[in-house]
Design a protein around this ligand. Structure first.
Ligand code: TRP
Ligand code: SF4
Length: 438
């Protein structure tokens, strides 16, 4: 199995994806520790993560942390695209600072859009909707990849620690792939890591909430971040916790620095072996690696390192299209666009695939299948906030008490409210865009 961020395929078996790619399960142990967890988090739509614990620790210790995500301005914004920003707005409400990349270079490189076209799409389709959905301008910055020199410089500079074999193995690039396309994942790495440069808030935990198709980019970025660290903190084969200096310059000074930082954290049993460029922390356990890592990372900057903390990520499921398959801008009947009129949306809802039985009589007898129903998915992802109400519909459907006709009508009603509200707020948003653009 391969995850291709540029293909239009969808995924069925999320548990298998997790296993195959070493994505951790995003379980209640994690989201249950968040204040007022968002419905997408508590309902399993966000199904996996990498290093989310790092974010939880920052939240618990009231330390700064950031959100970085990106939007691809290559078409109209639909409900599938709404999920990321719903998550971002939630994280903003619990204290994250927010950066949003407009992936105009990626859209140019991989979809053939001109940079001018992407600007208009980004503003009209995405940014206005982001504001309408509730993104606040405080501690929030939206930027274009093509206009951020720091992002582009990082792409070039950090690219030295990735080679062509790694790129082809990750993305399946071939001799025909254009070079801008080849570079676009490095630009995305620039997006994700630049927020830890001094100018953008410095070293801190960063969470990247994305659809699971983005995992290859996340893996690449995490590898690159680690490759540029000056210290490697790890459990050794003889089960000690060791801090190793990875470069040959300033080894003594780096070991002095590590000793200093680690003593301040309260560890006492330190053994230094300079020939190994190592400092062992014998009163530390595996659980302490993260705290040692987080405290050493910012000090790397004074040794001309970057000190990037590996970015964390969460992964959400794709929305199924209303007609089955994937929700996609290229199939308008499959998607509800945020700019659809209530009538257009209603029509699509009325034609949507449900989990209902062939006849009413059979449905009364055997019940419907909400887990296979696009209408139920609309409720679960977007339309119903109250968990009790959602459960009520689930049960009524399973028991054959709820029929699809009235269910669809209710969905259309809720969708009308959502779309009308957004339309009104988009109009107000148009004049506020400058507050967000950097
Ligand atoms: N590649 C993403 C997409 O196809 C867009 C993107 C660009 C992005 N930079 C990012 C996503 C940084 C997350 C983080 O939608
Ligand atoms: Fe879907 Fe509602 Fe029909 Fe159940 S009753 S299958 S939830 S449309």
């Amino acid at each position: 199995m391969k995850i291709d961020p540029w293909s239009s395929s969808t995924y069925q078996d999320y548990a298998r994806l997790r296993e195959e790619f070493g994505i951790e399960e995003f379980s209640e142990d994690l989201w249950g520790q968040l204040p007022n967890p968002h419905r997408l988090l508590r309902r399993g739509v966000v199904f996996g993560h990498r290093d989310f614990q790092v974010i939880l620790n920052a939240i618990k210790n009231s330390k700064p942390w950031a959100i970085l995500t990106g939007l691809m301005p290559s078409g109209k914004m639909h409900l599938g695209h709404k999920m990321v920003i719903d998550e971002v707005i939630y994280y903003q409400s619990i204290g994250a600072d927010i950066s949003v990349a407009v992936a105009d270079i990626e859209a140019y490189a991989t979809r053939g859009f001109s940079l001018e076209e992407t600007e208009e799409l980004a503003i009209k389709e995405y940014i206005q909707n982001y504001i309408a959905l509730g993104l606040k301008p405080e501690n929030c910055r939206i930027y274009f990849q093509s206009r951020n020199e720091d992002v582009k410089d990082l792409a070039f500079i950090l690219g030295r620690k990735v080679n062509w074999s790694q790129m082809t193995a990750t993305y399946g690039f071939s001799g025909e792939t254009n070079m801008s396309h080849v570079l676009s994942p490095l630009i995305q790495t620039g997006d994700i890591l630049h927020v830890q440069l001094d100018k953008y808030g410095g070293i801190r935990p960063v969470l990247v909430p994305v659809g699971v198709d983005q995992d290859p980019h996340i893996r690449l970025c995490r590898d690159i971040a680690k490759a540029h660290r000056l210290y490697n903190i790890t459990k050794t084969r003889d089960a000690r916790i060791g801090v190793f200096v990875k470069i040959d310059k300033d080894v003594d000074k780096l070991l002095d620095n590590a000793e200093d930082v680690i003593r301040k954290l309260g560890f006492k049993e330190l053994e230094r072996i300079t020939e190994y460029k190592a400092l062992y922390v014998d009163d530390a356990t595996e659980q302490d690696i993260q705290i040692i890592d987080e405290n050493l990372a910012p000090t790397e900057v004074s040794f001309k390192g970057y000190g990037f903390i590996s970015p964390s990520a969460t992964f959400h499921r794709f929305m199924t299209g209303l007609t089955g398959g994937k929700m996609s801008s290229s199939k308008p009947e499959s998607a509800i666009f945020l700019s659809d009129t209530p009538e257009e949306a209603k029509k699509k809802i009325m034609h949507a695939k449900t989990g209902g039985a062939v006849t009413l009589e059979q449905q009364r007898r055997e019940g419907g299948k909400p887990e296979k129903c696009m209408i139920y998915e609309l409720f679960l992802y977007h339309l119903i906030e109250d968990d009790e109400e959602l459960l009520g519909i689930y049960n009524a459907c399973r028991n054959g008490e709820q029929m699809c006709g009235s269910c669809k009508k209710y969905a259309a009603e809720l969708m009308t409210n959502l779309l009308e509200d957004l339309k009104e707020k988009r109009e107000e948003a148009a004049s506020k865009i400058d507050l967000y653009l950097s």
